[in-house]
Design a protein around this ligand. Structure first.
Ligand code: ATP
Ligand code: MG
Length: 602
């Protein structure tokens, strides 16, 4: 085997989009995010109260020290000092409480709000068009519910939501200092404009670095996802070395992006520390010369040093929080984008037609269809099925057979024409009610990582007698009985522990157990061993007995049992009639028969 395998496709454009940044404050987005906070009003209010309390207590402490120094230590007055100690200790205790409340309540609020958002996103994913799911890579949709929601929760966790509160605290500190000694304040902060300019300058780079980190994480995840899922291909085509090289490249880029981001973090931290130290030195310098002239009180001096320390601490965090806010806003935008998806497959609620008691006729009337803006797949397709009839659809690959199935269960709607049930357009029935009358077996039956029983019932209430009857008739019981835990055996992701024939039998049971009025079956093309083939044929017979059915058939046995055969080619019904008539007509059906179906006779 020397077939060159393609390495997993690069999704650079999409990833860049996934790592994009928004404004740090976007009023429209914030207003919408607030909708998730609203149900947790109580928490929000308590969190809101705890912020100014913690800040005020934080601000008052240096002032108490100043009073202690100026009014007690220096004049050596002990009267009333006890009250100051009590005030100081209580301010520390209450600040502790307020800070605990602030962090705990904010995060609690964040966890509750993001839980609701996650639920809403998943709810949306369950009603959004199948077309939307098919169009978007699964990894990307998962990112909405996981990473994007996580980055919003980070906004609460890092306290970035309280950026405004932090700025208020900083302003409060400056005001306290100005009140104590405005001249000394100006000297102390003479370096701050310089610091601000420097931080603004670096923030640009930090932002790029931070975005690169996000992008590399997304790339790493995407690559791993595909590489692990396709590991058997990698191994069988011996592509380990090439895959490893690609992984190394991504891994290194990931490290480098992190290093760049760390460098800016370290630089910011060092600069802020440096400027803070210089500010304290300034206070010391001017303070000491101030004492000589008696122009400054010792208490003010002590309080100043404390305030300066408290000022520069949060500055380092501020730039980090700013970045967190930016990425949170971008994530919010993407989440809302998904939430704003309007499904085009709509279910009329109030104006819905009641479903007829008995489904007499299913009619595909002159249906045109194309996937999105793509090529037209169906051209004026006509097909009719009467109650109790089985219509088999055959045709070359890519003819549009599975597409008909998707239209019948309204995963898509026709671009032109209509599909009617007893003469009424499918679009006029309530979607869930309509689907409850149908059972669909898709070409590639999907099994969940659950037990066989769960995969058959799919959460529906099904009594044991019916379950037993359906699984025996479709031969799914035979599959289950061969396994160690019978119907309770877990089938693995996508049913990977079962053979494709066994998966089909389970899907038959899943369809039959609901006793549907109409069966829509897309036979799998994969061939199975003669024994399983025998089981499948028996299962199919049970499934189709006396039922209205549309079957995309690949087996001669299924085709021959059908009341009518529609040969679909290039999106049209080219021939229609029973087996013998079509054979005699010596057209496309005969060709298909000679090439494909005849071997079934052997
Ligand atoms: N989700 C999709 N988006 C865009 N084009 C699609 C999509 N699904 C199918 N097509 C295209 O529509 C055409 C008909 O596909 P369809 O799956 O209906 O064929 P089919 O008759 O079922 O073939 P097969 O016998 O191989 O199952 C094909 O050309 C295919 O490329
Ligand atoms: Mg198909």
């Amino acid at each position: 085997m020397s077939v060159a395998t393609q390495s997993p496709p690069k999704k650079a454009r999409e990833l860049t989009e996934d790592a994009s940044f928004g404004k740090a404050y976007d009023a429209r987005l914030l207003r919408r995010l607030f909708e998730y906070v609203r149900p947790h009003r109580g928490l929000f209010i308590w969190a809101l109260i705890s912020y100014p309390i913690a800040s005020a207590l934080h601000l008052v402490q240096p002032y108490i020290v100043k009073v202690a120094v100026d009014e007690h230590f220096i004049p050596k007055v002990s009267e009333g000092f006890g009250w100051l100690v009590i005030a100081f200790v209580s301010s520390i205790v209450f600040e502790f409480g307020a800070r605990f409340g602030q962090t705990y309540l904010t995060q609690l609020l964040g966890q509750n709000a993001t839980r609701d958002l996650r639920a809403q996103l998943f709810e949306k994913l369950q009603v959004v068009d199948v077309a939307y799911i098919e169009r978007n890579p699964i990894g990307r949709l998962m990112t909405r519910v996981t990473n994007d929601v996580e980055s919003l929760s980070e906004m609460f966790a890092t306290g970035a939501v309280s950026i405004v509160g932090d700025i208020v605290t900083l302003v409060g500190i400056v005001i306290m200092m100005l009140v104590l000694d405005w001249k000394l304040t100006l000297y102390t902060f003479s370096l701050v404009p310089f610091l601000a300019a420097l931080l603004l300058f670096f923030r640009r780079f930090a932002r790029t670095a931070f975005r690169d980190v996000r992008r590399e994480i997304a790339r790493l995840n995407g690559f791993l996802n595909e590489a692990i899922a396709g590991m058997s291909l990698v191994q069988v085509f011996r592509q380990q070395a090439a895959t490893m090289r690609e992984f190394e490249e991504i891994n290194t880029a990931h490290r480098d992006a992190n290093i760049r981001s760390i460098r800016f973090d370290a630089l910011t931290y060092a600069i802020v520390e440096g400027v803070g130290t210089i500010a304290i030195a300034t206070v010391l310098l001017f303070g000491i010369s101030g004492f000589e002239h008696g122009a400054i009180e010792v208490g003010v001096f002590v309080a100043f040093i404390d305030y300066v320390r408290r000022f520069f601490g949060p500055i380092t965090e501020l730039s980090t929080k700013y970045t967190v806010m930016q990425s949170a806003m971008a994530s919010a935008e993407r989440c809302f984008d998904l939430l704003d998806q309007v499904p085009s497959i709509e279910s009329p609620k109030a104006t819905a037609e009641p479903l007829p008691q008995r489904l007499e006729r299913l009619h595909v009337e002159g249906v045109d269809f194309s996937y999105g803006k793509g090529q037209q797949v169906l051209h004026g397709l006509e097909l009719e099925v009467h109650r109790g009839q089985t219509v088999a659809i055959v045709g070359p690959t890519g003819a549009g057979k599975s597409t008909i199935v998707k239209l019948l269960c309204r995963f898509y709607d026709p671009t032109q024409g209509q599909i009617t049930l007893n003469g009424i357009d499918l679009r006029r029935f309530e979607l869930n009610a309509l689907r409850s009358r149908f059972a669909i077996v898709l070409q590639d039956p999907y099994l969940f990582d659950a037990s066989i029983r769960e995969n058959i019932t799919l959460g529906r209430e099904i009594d044991e007698a019916r379950f037993k009857d359906a699984t025996e008739r479709t031969r799914a019981a035979y599959v289950a009985n061969r396994l160690e835990d019978g119907f309770e055996t877990k089938v693995g992701e996508r049913g990977s522990r079962l053979s494709s024939g066994e998966r089909q039998l389970i899907a038959f049971a899943r369809a039959l157990v609901g006793d549907p009025e109409v069966l829509i079956l897309d036979e799998a093309t994969s061939s199975v061993d003669p024994e399983t083939e025998g089981l499948i044929q028996e299962g199919l017979r049970a499934l189709l007995e006396g039922r209205t059915a549309v079957v995309i058939a690949h087996r001669l046995s299924t085709i021959r049992r059908a009341d009518a055969i529609a040969v679909v080619a290039a999106g049209r019904v080219a021939e229609l009639g029973p087996h013998e008539t079509l054979l005699e007509a010596d057209g496309l059906y005969r060709k298909l028969y000679e090439l494909q179906f005849k071997r079934d006779l052997g």
